[in-house]
Design a binder for this molecule. Structure first.
Ligand code: NDP
Length: 324
């Protein structure tokens, strides 16, 4: 038996139950991992509420973790008991131990501590593909990044600074504004107090941004589109404030022949080679100190419900780790 957070129905944080769950021996292609740290991500909230599907209930939620390989199933090569590993997919991470397809694991370099890995795999590989593949950010880029003091936000802003971009961040409190500035934002807008569309227009002298990264969704749509230059790219990568309903394609024409994409990490790391390349780029920027991973909250795994409440109340900054 292992201990895990499971949901038996969708709903608020109270539907998460910390309970005994049986674990089979690893099947062909699988590894048995003992988690030493588990990452908290906004997608865990979507899985809990049912916004994103989780498969049959009851289900262990959670996408991300770091730990040690305990055993491998038949046919698994290049991985042995005792190896330090991390992962950002598939679901089932809120547990002391779990089974996982071995080809979703990456080995951890000595320079990356377990808690750092659990805090950064999902958010950090997301920053990697958003800045290097969805749009190639460079010194000429003027970008807007919403929730710049959040988990993805703090990593992405430091990485974008390293790439030389002009970064406009938004954040929901004065403390968060300060964190976003430290992370490399050239300008930060407290979008609870100021109208971000007007401020972006002012900051860019009316020109707008090349790219807008929007993980907020409902509350920032369609304002984010107003912040773009003609032919600019709107990257809608999340829905922390709720899902965008009835997307009006005509707005892309009206706002200047805009491009839009709704990317997900799981497509960008679906091929093993892409997963390894993304993780390795992340390990490089973290090990070299260009990007620092801020584990600003930790909770016992048994208190995942409190962690969800805090995340949804906008009371967290940077990354959060659950300790099994
Ligand atoms: P964050 O740590 O960024 O937490 C969410 C933040 O969003 C809050 O701290 C808050 O910051 C801001 N926010 C604004 N409005 C709301 C609201 N109504 N309710 C709650 N939060 C709000 O979370 P993550 O770093 O885990 O994820 C950020 C976004 O990126 C999420 O939408 C997530 O789904 C998405 N994501 C998408 C991926 C992909 O591949 N598509 C992969 C990883 C994450 P503030 O107070 O400053 O406004």
């Amino acid at each position: 038996m292992v201990r895990a957070i499971r949901i038996h129905e969708h709903g608020g944080p109270e539907v998460m139950r910390f309970e005994d769950v049986s674990l089979a021996a690893p099947a062909a292609g699988e590894a048995h991992v003992r988690n030493t740290a588990v990452g908290l991500n906004y997608i865990d909230v979507y899985h809990r509420t049912g916004l994103y599907p989780v498969g049959p209930l009851p289900a262990v939620i959670g996408m991300e973790g770091a730990g040690v390989v305990e055993a491998v199933g038949p046919g698994v090569e290049g991985l042995s008991p005792g190896d330090r590993v991390a992962y950002a997919n598939p679901i089932g991470a809120y547990a002391t131990e779990r089974l996982i397809p071995a080809d979703r694991l990456v080995k951890l370099p000595d320079a990356i501590a377990d808690q750092t890995a659990a805090a950064m795999m999902l958010q950090g590989m997301t920053a990697e593909y958003l800045l290097r593949r969805t749009f190639k950010v460079g010194p000429e880029t003027v970008m807007l990044f919403h929730a710049a003091a959040g988990g993805v936000g703090l990593i992405a802003c430091q990485w974008a600074r390293h790439l030389g971009a002009t970064i406009i961040g938004t954040a929901g409190s004065e403390d968060k504004v300060a964190l976003a500035r430290e992370a490399g934002c050239t300008h930060v807008i407290n979008y609870r107090r100021e109208k971000f569309v007007e401020r972006v227009r002012e900051i860019t002298s009316g020109k707008g941004c090349d790219v807008v990264y929007d993980g907020i969704g409902k509350d920032t749509y369609p304002g984010s589109l107003e912040c773009l230059k003609p032919f600019g790219l709107w990257v809608s990568f999340g829905n922390a404030s709720g899902k965008i309903e009835n997307f009006d394609l005509g707005l892309l024409a009206a706002k200047g022949s805009l491009f839009a994409t709704r990317p997900t990490l799981f497509t960008y790391t679906a091929k093993r080679a892409d997963l390894v390349a993304s993780a390795s780029a992340l390990f490089d920027v973290v090990a070299s100190g260009k990007v620092k991973i801020s584990v600003n909250q930790t909770y016992p795994l048994s208190e995942a419900a409190t962690a969800h409440r805090d995340l949804e109340a906008r009371a967290t900054t940077g990354s959060t780790v659950l300790l099994p």
